[in-house]
Design a protein around this ligand. Structure first.
Ligand code: ADP
Length: 610
């Protein structure tokens, strides 16, 4: 488990990349499934680099043979060859580019899918401790960064190695003295690259981090809730200032990074001019002394570009590769975050469930050392309505989170029909549990699509039936496009009470045996309250319900009320029993529930077992 995600978003100090064997092997493992394409790309590169050697050799023939011998047909043949070779090379280049793009896109596809699945499998804890923007940035920016590196740099590197090796062999066979001179000059090129590579790498990492910070800042302030918060506290200038600061940091880094790269290339250009100049100097001397032909020197100088090109290219590649290793590192960091909640290898599928939920001496803490639940035990029999009440922060929400395994207990166990939830297949566990939370989350899609999320193959008739039961049909009738009205963040704004009924309809469609109901704390007007009660009736019927109760109607209807205080069950009983106890419940009743007495429906209207 990575500590960085559990420290409230604290950043780890920058650590240098270690180009370890493991890291490289791991990156290579993503290429293994595409080895056929990789091999084909390599062959193409090999042939292309060999074809590139042909024109300089033709120049030599032209200068040394065709011209002195006045052989016009050879001249024409050589000229045709000079055009044919790059044409063929260019055609191969197209093919190679296709292969490159395919490989890099496929690797990126795998990486992105892998990352998405993995992040999905992480516990809720991950999402409560990492900024959403940061996750988005890794999935988007980092993965595309990698594709750029894979698409261009990687194949280029291979091509450059091929070109370098084939050209060097040819150079030594042409004239070993000049070849030796060229090789001796090479280290001059490579010397500055290591340092520059380091700096570029640091800048690249800094860029990625600033980008992630910016994304997360935008994500936090440019959504509805963030916007309302910002406006209502008049913090536009403050947010804009923070944004500008980060934005400027990003700009400065980018400018420095770009300048650094340019300076570096400028130096290389000087060296590239220096090489042929020296070859003409010494080669010219060899021609004068009769040790070399003129065509040989011209061919040599032309070939020289083919080694300095790749050497400077390879120097840049090193920089790019170092940068891309940083990207891989960031992605692997996420992939290495262990899925805390795992399905047992021999997990069993619970085809049907009665719906008995039992907590056996359950303890839990979000962080080690801080106990949020302490020895909680209770049983909800099939079909029972169990109400959880208690002061805020008592651990009610936490209790409900443990049943679908958003978190796992630290001690004790939770059982469904006598099976520890940790022994059940995840899909099977979630199939039997329905959740209605305080805040109903709707996707930015049509109402029908939002409802169908609960049951992908639901027919229109089933959806309409669920909406009727959830008392939503009147609302739908008034919506501009009925079931096809766009709801969610950018769509038709449903009221809180309406959203709750959408949530209820959704669970009705899903039809689970166990229901977790977190009632909205906000007090509703009596008409909405009545509608919600009406909607809840079919929802609770025949289901085991664990309700975080904020409504009087719910506690009155409950078969059993659990009173939680500071993570412990302090009282259990029915409303009447608990009132007679004159304990915490009686106190809560006075403050929280009794004031609702005016304007509520008769008690009998809400009964779980009705
Ligand atoms: P309730 O629902 O009864 O109001 P909760 O179950 O939400 O209480 O919270 C119980 C305790 O756990 C509180 O002290 C709360 O601050 C703490 N808590 C809740 N969520 C987290 C979290 N993600 N990380 C750390 N502590 C948390």
């Amino acid at each position: 488990m990575h500590s960085m995600y559990y420290g409230g978003g604290r950043r780890r100090p920058q650590e240098p990349v270690r180009v370890s064997r493991e890291l490289l092997l791991r990156i290579l493992s993503y290429f293994r499934p595409h080895w056929v394409e990789v091999a084909a790309a390599m062959c193409t590169v090999g042939v292309m680099s060999a074809i590139g050697l042909v024109p300089p050799l033709m120049i030599r023939e032209l200068v040394d043979v065709a011209l002195p011998n006045k052989d016009l047909s050879l001249l024409v043949a050589l000229v045709v060859g000079m055009v044919a070779a790059p044409t063929l090379g260019g055609l191969l280049g197209v093919g190679q580019n296709y292969l490159n793009t395919r490989i890099s896109q496929e690797v990126m596809f795998d990486l992105r899918t892998h990352l998405y699945r993995h992040v999905q499998s992480l516990a809720l804890r991950f999402f409560t401790s990492v900024k959403t923007g940061e996750i988005m940035s890794r999935l988007n920016n980092d993965v595309s960064g990698i594709s750029r590196v894979l698409g261009d740099t990687l194949t280029q590197t291979v091509a450059q190695v091929f070109i370098l090796v084939t050209t060097l062999i040819l150079l030594f066979s042409l004239d070993w003295r000049l070849a030796l001179l060229s090789v001796v000059m090479a280290p001059v090129f490579l010397a500055p690259t290591r340092r520059v590579g380091r700096i570029r790498y640091d800048l690249q990492k800094a860029t990625q981090e600033r980008q992630a910070e910016l994304t997360s800042m935008m994500q936090e302030t440019l959504n509805i809730s963030g916007y309302v918060l910002m406006k209502s506290f008049g913090r536009e200038a403050y947010e804009a200032g923070r944004f500008t600061d980060k934005n400027r940091e990003l700009m400065d880094i980018q400018i420095r990074s770009s300048l650094l790269g340019r300076w570096f290339r400028m130096l290389l250009q000087v060296f590239e001019a220096l090489g042929p100049a020296l070859i003409y100097l010494f080669g010219g001397y060899l021609v004068v002394t009769g040790d070399m032909t003129l065509g040989g020197v011209i061919a040599f100088a032309a070939l020289l570009g083919r080694i300095y090109g790749p050497i400077s290219g390879l120097a840049n590649v090193q920089i790019e590769v170092m940068g891309s290793l940083a990207l891989f590192n960031r992605i692997f960091e996420y992939l290495d975050t262990e899925a805390e909640i795992k399905e047992a290898p021999d997990a069993r599928v619970l085809a049907t469930a009665l719906g008995r939920v039992a907590f056996r001496n359950v303890s839990f803490g979000y962080a080690s050392g801080i106990q949020v639940l302490d020895g909680v035990s209770f049983t909800a029999e099939p079909g029972e309505l169990v109400a959880l009440v208690g002061p805020s922060g008592a651990g009610k929400t936490t209790t409900t989170y443990l049943i679908p395994r958003f978190y796992d207990v630290t001690a004790g166990s939770i059982e469904i029909d006598d099976h520890d939830v940790r022994t059940l297949a995840m899909a099977s566990l979630h199939e039997h549990i329905g959740v209605v939370t305080q805040e109903t989350y709707l996707f930015n899609a049509t109402l029908k699509e939002n409802l169908r999320y609960a049951k992908l193959d639901a027919t229109d008739a089933e959806i309409e039936q669920a909406c009727r039961l959830a008392r939503l049909d009147d609302v739908v009738a008034q919506m501009p496009d009925g079931y096809d009205t766009l709801v969610g963040e950018r769509g038709y704004r449903l009221s809180g009470g309406e959203k709750q009924r959408v949530a209820i309809a959704r669970v009705l469609l899903k039809d689970p045996r166990i229901l977790i109901l977190d009632e909205a704390t906000s007090s509703l007007d009596s008409q909405t309250e009545a509608q919600i009660q009406e909607a809840l009736r079919p929802l609770l019927r025949g289901r085991t319900t664990l309700a975080i109760a904020h409504r009087l109607s719910t506690v009155l209807a409950a078969d059993k009320i659990l009173v939680l205080d500071r993570g412990r069950v302090v009282e259990v009983g029915t409303h009447a029993e608990l009132l007679a106890n004159h304990g915490l419940y009686a106190e809560l009743y006075e403050i929280q529930f009794k004031p609702q007495l005016s304007g509520m429906l008769p008690v009998a209207s809400l009964s779980a077992t009705a």
